[in-house]
Design a protein around this ligand. Structure first.
Ligand code: 8X3
Length: 262
C-alpha cells in the first residue's frame, strides 16, 4: 500500500476483463489512496466501476472517459487535457487490445487486420509516446505493457494477432533500452490463456460455444491472476524492474501445449 500511495494510474480497456480487474486490484492494494484514470469505449461500464470503487474507498479519485485507442488522433489531446489533478501519470497500463478471428492468412478480413493493428499497436504506441515524454520530464513512472505468449510463440490462425503482440514486444524492448539512464520502468506482461469475460467472445465475434471451447477441460488463468501480477510488478522496490513475465495456467506450457486431461 505504501508504494502505491498517491499514485496516479492510467488503465486502458478498463471496462472489462484484465483492465477492469486491474483497476480493482490497484485500488485494493493501495487501500484506496490512489488515483485512477480509467478509459475504454464503453463509458457506462467505467462509471459503474467508479461508483463501486468510490463507495468502497472514500479517498480514491477516479476519472473515467470514453477513449477508443484505435482512434489515434484522439489520444494526445485526451492526455494533454487531463485535469491538473490527474495530469502527472505514475503508472500507465497499456491493456486495451483484442484478437479477431483465427482465419488463415489469405482469408483474413482487412477490417480485422486494421482493427487489431490500430488498437493493439498504433493506439498503444501513440499513448506511450505521449505519456513517456511526461514521465521523462519527472524521471519516474512505470509503463506496463500487455503482451502475450502470442508475441513470442506465434501460432497458425494468429497471423495478425501474434504479429501485433510481437510488435508490442519489440517496441517495449526498444523503450526499455532507450530509458536505461532513467528511473522509468518498462514492464511486459505476457499471459497465455486467460479466461476473461470477453477475450474469446470478441475473437469469435459473439460465438459463445466456440469461446467456451478455448478453456474447456483446462484450468486457465483468470483475469484476477493477471491483475494481481500487474500490481505485483508495479509495487516492487524502485531498484527492480520485472522486465518480462511469460505466465501460464499451471496446465499450459506454450501457446500449443495445453493439458486437457481427465
Ligand atoms: C492471449 C493468449 O493464446 O489466445 O493473448 O493468443 S492466446
Amino acid at each position: 500500500a505504501q508504494r502505491l500511495a498517491g499514485k496516479n494510474i492510467f488503465i486502458t480497456g478498463a471496462s472489462t476483463g484484465i483492465g477492469y480487474l486491474t483497476a480493482k486490484y490497484f485500488a485494493e492494494a493501495g487501500a484506496g489512496n490512489i488515483k485512477l484514470i480509467l478509459t475504454a469505449r464503453r463509458k457506462e461500464k467505467l462509471d459503474a466501476l467508479k461508483e463501486e470503487l468510490v463507495k468502497t474507498y472514500p479517498n480514491i479519485k477516479v476519472l473515467t472517459a470514453s477513449l477508443d485507442v484505435s482512434k489515434i488522433a484522439t489520444i494526445r489531446p485526451f492526455v494533454k487535457e487531463l485535469p491538473k489533478e490527474f495530469s502527472e501519470i505514475d503508472v500507465l497500463v497499456n491493456n486495451a487490445g483484442k484478437a479477431l478471428g483465427l482465419d488463415p492468412i489469405g482469408t483474413i478480413d482487412t477490417k480485422d487486420v486494421e482493427e487489431m493493428f490500430s488498437t493493439n499497436v498504433l493506439g498503444m504506441i501513440e499513448l506511450t509516446q505521449t505519456v513517456v515524454e511526461l514521465m521523462k520530464g519527472r524521471n519516474k513512472g512505470d509503463i506496463i505493457q500487455l503482451g502475450s505468449v502470442a508475441g513470442r510463440d506465434p501460432y497458425p490462425g494468429g497471423g495478425i494477432y501474434c504479429a501485433t503482440k510481437a510488435a508490442l514486444r519489440s517496441f517495449t524492448h526498444v523503450l526499455r533500452k532507450e530509458l536505461i539512464n532513467t528511473k522509468i520502468r518498462v514492464i511486459e506482461i505476457e499471459p497465455g490463456n486467460v479466461a476473461t469475460d470477453e477475450f474469446s467472445l470478441v475473437r469469435f465475434k459473439g460465438d459463445a460455444s466456440r469461446a467456451a471451447n478455448v478453456y474447456k477441460d483446462t484450468e486457465p488463468l483468470m483475469g484476477e491472476d493477471i491483475a494481481e501480477l500487474i500490481v505485483f510488478t508495479a509495487t516492487r522496490k524502485e531498484n527492480t524492474v520485472i522486465a518480462e513475465t511469460l505466465v501460464f495456467g499451471t496446465n499450459q506450457a506454450s501457446a500449443f501445449h495445453l493439458y486437457r486431461g481427465p
